[in-house]
Design a protein around this ligand. Structure first.
Ligand SMILES: Cc1ncc(COP(=O)(O)O)c(C=O)c1O
Length: 403
């Protein structure tokens, strides 16, 4: 499958995942970007003069202090921006910090945001509580149709926000319709591309203004750090860096940047395996009598299959299951798993299983959670890169024990 041309700057995605943002160290020839573990950078007379005059592009960066920029971070930002087909990127200390930066880049007190109802629990809480306290109001819509958006729009609406694949219900919005509406109405679009990663989908190619990621997930891919990413125009990312980023300080450490640079080199290989395993896992779970429903856009009868075919290069690594039983039964099941880990997060090499009603969306009030379609019997599985027969076998033995 290849819905959109994966070539960029004349190169294939796989080549760019390995090479983009990388330049052998001029001093030593070191191929891998060094970890610049330093908080400050010494000025010479010439550097001070250049800095005071102001710098324009990445080539002329005058590094001053680690809260602003660091060479390892710049290398990572170039790689991510290239893979997302963006002009620029900014990496942050977490996915939540990236969402906060992107929204504060567009909104100030008195502004209004329209968001999809079903989003990651932390995102919902940020919007419903933190932004509200800052004087930014958010309207949540169950479906982001042009008609609903028009009804929700106010004079002060600045952003429409959604996830490419909703966490954890795996709904996929009609992205074309949202982008067209936003362009006609002069509203910015911010999209969370965490579930799809740039290997499956590049929102900027479809007219989205700004992309965010929980870099903790597929971007890094190895479960050994927490990070976030903002990708968009140079004007937007530079504006953020100079203002909100510098003054609020959600920097990503050089060590984490280095790990992410390494993780991204295998994004294509990991995503292919995640997708292959998730499809086989979803197909196997569909046949199980104790599973009431399987949500996976790769299944031909899934309500979002056609949209996934339209927008994505494959169907992703996340499968949501509904078990025949209540919260107690679901807990009984996950504690019987012997190979797959009962843990939050996703996009790791290991298969991770969590119960949205009490974990990722546990702090979302029950009424709001139910509007999102998150019931107590739901389990979200981030299918890892182990042998799929072992993942399926683990679920089968656990389901067998569930009464
Ligand atoms: C879709 C999505 N977006 C954003 C986040 C927040 O990212 P982080 O935990 O890196 O802050 C998460 C976390 O699980 C997520 O699943």
């Amino acid at each position: 499958m290849d819905k959109k041309d994966r070539h960029f700057h004349g190169k294939h995605f796989e080549t760019l995942a390995v090479h983009a943002g990388q330049h052998p160290d001029p001093l030593t020839g070191a191929l891998v970007e060094p970890v610049y573990r330093t908080s400050t950078f010494v000025f010479t007379e010439e550097r001070l003069e250049n800095w005071l005059q102001g710098t324009t592009g990445d080539e002329e960066i005058i590094y001053t202090y680690g809260r602003s920029r660091n060479p390892t971070q710049i290398s990572l930002q170039k790689k991510i921006a290239t893979l997302e087909h963006g002009e620029a990127a900014l990496v942050t200390a977490s996915g939540m910090a990236a969402i906060t930066m992107a929204l504060l880049g567009y909104c100030k007190s008195g502004d209004h945001v329209i968001s999809a109802q079903t989003v990651y629990g932390g995102t919902f809480n940020l919007m419903a509580h933190v932004l509200k306290d800052l004087g930014i109001e958010v309207t949540f819509l169950q479906e982001l149709t042009a008609e609903n958006l028009t009804k929700a729009k106010r004079n002060n609406t600045r952003v429409v926000y959604f996830e490419t694949v909703a966490n954890p219900t795996l709904e996929i919005p009609e992205i074309d319709e949202i982008v067209n509406w936003a362009k006609i109405n002069g509203v910015n679009t911010v999209v969370d591309n965490t579930f799809t990663s740039p290997y499956l989908f590049r929102p900027l190619d479809w007219g989205i203004d700004t992309v965010i990621h929980s870099g903790t997930k597929y971007i890094n891919g190895h479960g050994d750090l927490v990070a976030g990413v903002v990708v968009g125009s140079t004007a937007f990312c530079e504006g953020l860096r100079k203002k909100q980023y510098m003054d609020m300080g959600p920097i990503l450490s050089p060590d984490s940047c280095s790990l992410m640079l390494r993780g991204l080199k295998t994004l294509h290989l990991r995503m292919e395996k995640h997708c292959e395993n998730a499809l086989a896992f979803a197909q196997a779970m569909e046949k199980h009598p104790k599973i009431l429903a399987v949500r996976y856009p790769g299944l031909p009868h899934d309500p979002f299959h056609q949209r996934a075919l339209k927008y994505f290069n494959d169907f992703g690594g996340i499968v949501s299951l509904e078990v025949d039983g209540d919260l107690k039964k679901v807990q009984e099941l996950v504690f019987q798993l012997k190979l797959c880990y009962f843990a939050v997060s996703l996009g790791d090499l290991d298969t991770l299983v969590q119960i949205p009603a009490i974990m990722t969306h546990g702090k979302v009030p029950r009424e709001e959670r139910e509007k999102m379609g998150i019931m107590n019997g739901m389990i979200r599985v981030s299918v890892g890169i182990e042998h799929v027969e072992d993942i399926i076998g683990d679920f089968e033995q656990a389901l067998e024990k569930m009464k």
